[in-house]
Ligand binder design. Structure first.
Ligand code: FES
Length: 148
């Protein structure tokens, strides 16, 4: 197999030199049709984990807008359990779920961010978390409807 080629929908593309044609910010989220290109194919160093997810679980004083007003800690705990049950956890260096303090997008919350793609999501319930896990974390497809 040629490491410099990728096939999408039956179309083979040469990737050699592709990385230098995109601005740096684009290379971090290089997608076409929702498919995320592995950074290794774009000559970008791989991160330690395949995907690293930060849940803002910040709790402010009563009345102030914050992610934990929407159950962020419980959703983070749920995501961690699901990732482990699906055997996608960090023992296999695949998906790491971490708590985060305020990520400074409080009015769009609750928020999570997924690296290395630098994709930000909001969510309402466990169904949204399940969709992010299944689509993005497991299969590498960005969930456009939840992106912020
Ligand atoms: S409290 Fe979550 S982004 Fe600020």
């Amino acid at each position: 197999m040629d490491r410099n080629k990728i096939e999408i929908d039956g179309v083979s593309s040469q990737l050699a030199g592709l990385g230098s044609k995109f601005p740096r910010s684009t290379r971090k989220t290089a997608t076409r049709s929702g498919i995320i290109f592995p950074h290794s194919l774009l000559n970008i160093p791989m991160s330690y984990y395949q995907r690293h997810v930060f849940f803002c679980v910040n709790q402010r004083e009563a009345g102030a807008v914050c992610c934990n007003n929407y159950g962020a800690q419980a959703m983070r705990d749920y995501a961690k359990e699901r990732i482990k049950a699906l055997r996608l956890d960090s023992k296999n260096k695949r998906v790491r779920i971490n708590n985060a303090g305020c990520l400074d997008r409080c009015n769009e919350g609750p928020v999570i961010v997924v690296y290395p793609e630098d994709v930000w999501y909001t969510y309402v319930d466990q169904e949204d978390i399940d969709e992010i896990i299944e689509e993005h974390l497991k299969n590498g497809r960005v969930v456009e409807r939840l992106k912020i």
